[in-house]
Design a protein around this ligand. Structure first.
Ligand code: BDP
Length: 479
């Protein structure tokens, strides 16, 4: 397994542009890399909520996402306002909606594991208000009950109000047949009929779907063509790979290209039908993630590339999926969610909703530092495994992210043009791609969920800024 070749100094990098001495660790710096930013041709938008979170419906049913407890509120504030999607397998398989004033059936149907009530939505509303996030919430269509669905939607409108950006009609319908939620032969026409029944209840203009497990599923492009007038967003799910993923494969240059290719047909269908699109459930590996990969530092590098590449390709956003159980333990029904950005270090902490963050959380945080604006074309002049993104912010600042996945540090010159000016730099580093330790500017998220890494200063001179970027690291430069 690859290890970072050189330890970092406190600042995390040497800013050669201000004639800082090249420190010892940079002596094995590889070939020079130039990243050229074309400020004259702004392209597609980076939305402020482009990289959000996704959780299972069960988290509502078991009392999680509670702003009155623990540090979830602060962990969401630390990321900054975004999109919280609530659905997943537990939506259709396990979750029963129980209307206000009613008690759960006794005995409960055998399939019911979790019960969601209006009180759970009130708690969610408080969390969304406290953090300034918005939510997409699912309705159980796998086990369809029109009266319950209508009550849930009315209640969501009343309680979540403007915080509800979209309703999902069921999770991963393309797997319902395999999960025995539908009879053999369940195909798009049958699904379309089920979806229409849900849409009749939800109402027009704010349905996100179809939330297919198949990233390239034709059900998504068919639904966009058939139902765009009743939809607000096209959604599919995407995991970088399955249980066979390795760090090397996750960070290989072809990985993101393959993920972009997998969404391309549905993204084109969304665009052709005037719908924005989100990958509203995403992570490194389905079936709960892979120990040693999904829960290690390498995942933080992958998610920066993933989130920014998807947005640059025209996706409205992605939601990184997780579960609020004990880190690296089975979370529900014996299933792991090793890819989770947020989890508890013990059962006691889980119950107190006092969480720690995993490496991928830091990667999400880095993507969030690019803010909102328009992507600028970037050319990376190198054969190294380095990627770069630039955004002209709505605030006028230019922000550049560089993800350095090589095994040696690199001297990277950012050719940004323009007058001499100050810049600031945030560097994310780890002790090894296969280790958990992750820091940004040597800082970590504290127990309260607060995070205030202090940027390094740098300077653009003669249109250029040169950084020595550690092996296996990422930087965000703000001009
Ligand atoms: C997705 C499901 C989600 C699971 C995930 C996984 O929507 O509930 O947690 O797979 O397999 O398909 O980890």
């Amino acid at each position: 397994m690859y290890r970072r070749a050189a330890a970092l100094t406190a600042a995390g990098l040497a800013i050669l542009g201000v004639a800082a001495p090249v420190h010892a660790e940079t002596t094995n710096v590889g070939a020079a890399v130039t990243v050229s930013v074309d400020s004259a041709h702004p392209g597609g938008r980076l939305a402020a909520d482009a990289v959000g979170l996704s959780f299972e419906m069960r988290e509502l049913g078991i009392g999680n996402l509670d702003p009155a407890k623990g540090n979830m509120t602060q962990l969401m504030r630390t990321l900054g306002p975004s999109n919280l999607r609530i659905g997943g397998n537990t939506l259709d398989r396990d979750t029963l909606w129980v209307p206000a004033g009613q008690t759960p059936p006794d005995p409960k149907p055998a399939w019911v594991e979790d019960i969601v009530t209006p009180n759970d939505l009130k708690r969610l509303r408080s969390l969304l208000d406290a953090t300034n996030w918005k939510a997409e919430v699912g309705v159980n269509v796998g086990r369809w009950d029109p009266a319950l669905a209508a009550d849930q939607v009315r209640t969501m409108d009343r309680i979540l109000g403007k915080r509800l950006v979209a309703v999902e009609c069921g999770n991963e319908p393309d797997q319902w047949e395999g999960k025995a939620l539908r009879p053999p032969g369940f195909a798009y026409p049958q699904y379309h009929a089920d979806w229409s029944a849900c849409a009749d209840v939800v109402g027009h203009g704010r349905i996100a779907g179809p939330d297919t497990a198949g990233t390239s599923s034709s059900w998504a492009s068919s639904l966009a063509a058939d139902e765009h007038a009743r939809m607000s967003m096209l959604t599919v799910h995407q995991y970088a790979s399955g249980p066979d993923i390795t760090i090397d494969r996750m960070l290989a240059p072809g990985q993101i290209t393959a993920q972009l290719k997998a969404v391309s047909s549905n993204l084109a269908a969304a665009t052709a039908n005037g719908l924005p699109m989100r990958v509203d459930e995403a992570n490194s590996a389905y079936s709960g993630g892979v120990d040693g990969v999904s829960n290690k530092y390498a995942s933080a590098l992958w998610v920066i590339d993933y989130g920014l590449s998807m947005a640059q390709a025209g996706m409205a956003g992605v939601n990184i999926h997780g579960g609020l159980g004990v880190c690296n333990d089975p979370i529900w029904n014996g299933k792991f969610q090793r890819y989770t950005p947020i989890c508890a270090s013990s059962k006691a902490y889980e119950l107190a909703q006092q969480y720690k963050v995993m490496p991928i959380y830091y990667g999400i945080w880095m993507t969030r530092q690019l803010g909102s604006g328009r992507f600028l074309p970037v050319t990376v002049n190198s054969t190294n495994n380095i990627s770069a993104y630039a955004v002209k912010g709505n605030d006028g600042r230019t922000r550049i992210a560089v993800v350095q996945k090589d095994t040696a540090p690199a001297e990277i010159t950012l050719a940004v043009g323009g007058r001499d000016r100050a810049a600031s730099v945030l560097a994310m580093t780890g002790t090894g791609l296969d280790q958990e330790a992750t820091t940004i500017q040597d800082a970590t998220v504290d127990a309260a969920g607060r995070f205030h890494p202090v940027p390094s200063s740098a300077r653009v001179e003669a249109g250029q800024l040169t950084l020595t970027v550690a092996a296996g690291s990422a930087v965000v430069v703000t001009l």
